[in-house]
Design a protein around this ligand. Structure first.
Ligand SMILES: *Cc1c(COP(=O)(O)O)cnc(C)c1O
Length: 386
């Protein structure tokens, strides 16, 4: 007996408003771009578009780095690409941990055979520059400093420029996670002297998930080329990926690029260039201010101190007496609105409201405030005692 065909129909997703930690709302213009005809990944028309993506990404990252391109995979693959290429077995890596994503960096270092040296700060705090300076003093042989610019699990921004300066002073390379910062707040790769950075397509770039923009400085490339051991990952080995992404006029097959998602990223980056990146940063800031004013009226409190607060990721303390899951469930079912739950140590204690990319607009902020007000009013009702 052959297996019978399941009677499943085409999937029709509900229409949601996405105001969590990513994905953010994807504009129709980007979805339309992704619906254009699929062509071959070595087609000259396609490789011309790849060159444009690289150019547009250099603008987004504010860098002249030649080696700037999107890795095929989500932000986590961008993270691994940086670690597997830049960390060799035995290399000491100072890793700043002030939330979930710093913790993942530690895992990456261990799996590449590196030796992680942890600099820990409380969740919700930025990375402490003094602690990093102390870690370098105690570990002058550290080869790399790794940190998360915008910690999405808490909503805290760290001082990337000062961290990169410390690393340079001690002769170490920097690996920076800018998954949530790229396109939302300034990310100045060249001005700050960052050696390797990775991001994601679905946060402030408002594209669909699945692509990870990365950029590498000349110093980073020199380190990869001087490796004594081969990169453990065949798929992420920059020496091989580059044959496809940069072999001018003689590109070779490495893996089949995700063609249509790349059309989407191209469109998202064209939209960023049309808006102007400074205007995009200003818009995220203005929408954050609007949200902040509304939240104050509702009596909701921010978790992160004002100076380190990310405009695109707003962490709030869940008010006493409110059931986290019930309230978020109501927002989703009654308002088609997604906000983020707390992760790890902050699960059940905070909500995370994302104002990322296309979601950072007045209509979304006002809708979110209205929905929160309604849900809090209902959820705060004392349970009737009969
Ligand atoms: C979302 C995120 C990641 C992981 O990206 P994925 O696309 O989910 O793999 C890494 N770092 C930070 C700071 C993030 O916000």
């Amino acid at each position: 007996m052959p297996f019978t065909a399941p009677a499943i129909k085409s999937f029709q997703p509900p229409r949601r408003t996405l105001m969590g930690p990513g994905p953010s709302d994807v504009p129709q213009r980007i979805l339309d771009a992704m619906a254009r005809p699929t062509i071959g990944h070595l087609d000259p028309a396609f490789t011309d578009m790849m060159e444009e993506i690289k150019q547009l990404l250099r603008y987004a990252f504010q860098t002249g780095n030649k080696l700037t391109f999107p890795v095929s995979g989500p932000g986590s693959v961008g993270m691994e690409t940086c670690f597997v290429n830049l960390v060799e077995p035995g290399d000491k890596v100072i890793v700043c941990v002030n939330g979930v994503f710093g913790g993942r960096m530690v895992e990456n270092v261990k799996r590449t055979g590196g030796i992680p040296v942890l600099v820990e700060d409380a969740w919700g705090e930025p990375v402490s520059l003094n602690k990093v300076a102390d870690a370098f003093a105690a570990n002058p042989d550290a080869k790399v400093l790794a940190f998360v610019h915008a910690e999405t699990s808490t909503g805290a921004r760290s001082d990337a420029k000062a961290l990169a300066e410390l690393a340079r002073k001690h002769g170490a390379l920097t690996i920076m996670d800018c998954v949530t910062s790229l396109g939302g707040i300034p990310v100045l790769i060249d001005a700050w002297g960052i050696d390797a950075a990775y991001s994601g397509s679905q946060k402030c770039l408002s594209c669909t998930p699945g692509l990870a923009p990365v950029t590498f400085s000349e110093r980073a490339i020199a380190k990869v080329q001087a490796r004594k051991t081969p990169v453990q990952s065949w798929f992420m080995d920059l020496n091989l990926v580059l044959g496809y992404w940069s072999g001018e006029g003689r590109r070779t097959y490495h893996h089949t690029a995700p063609i249509n998602p790349l059309y989407g990223l191209h469109e998202a980056l064209v939209m960023l260039a049309e808006e102007g990146i400074e205007n995009a940063w200003a818009r995220h800031r203005a929408m954050h201010e609007r949200l902040k004013a509304g939240l104050a009226k509702l009596g909701l409190r921010f978790v992160v101190a004002e100076a380190a607060r990310l405009p695109q990721l707003n962490s709030l303390a869940i008010p006493a007496g409110i059931d986290d899951a019930a309230a978020r469930g109501r927002l989703l079912t009654e308002f088609n609105l997604e906000i983020g739950a707390g992760l790890g140590a902050l699960a059940g204690q905070i909500w995370r409201i994302g104002l990322m990319g296309y979601s950072a607009k007045q209509a979304n902020v006002d809708y979110c405030l209205k929905a929160l007000e309604a849900v809090l009013a209902v959820e705060a009702q004392p349970v009737a005692v009969i």
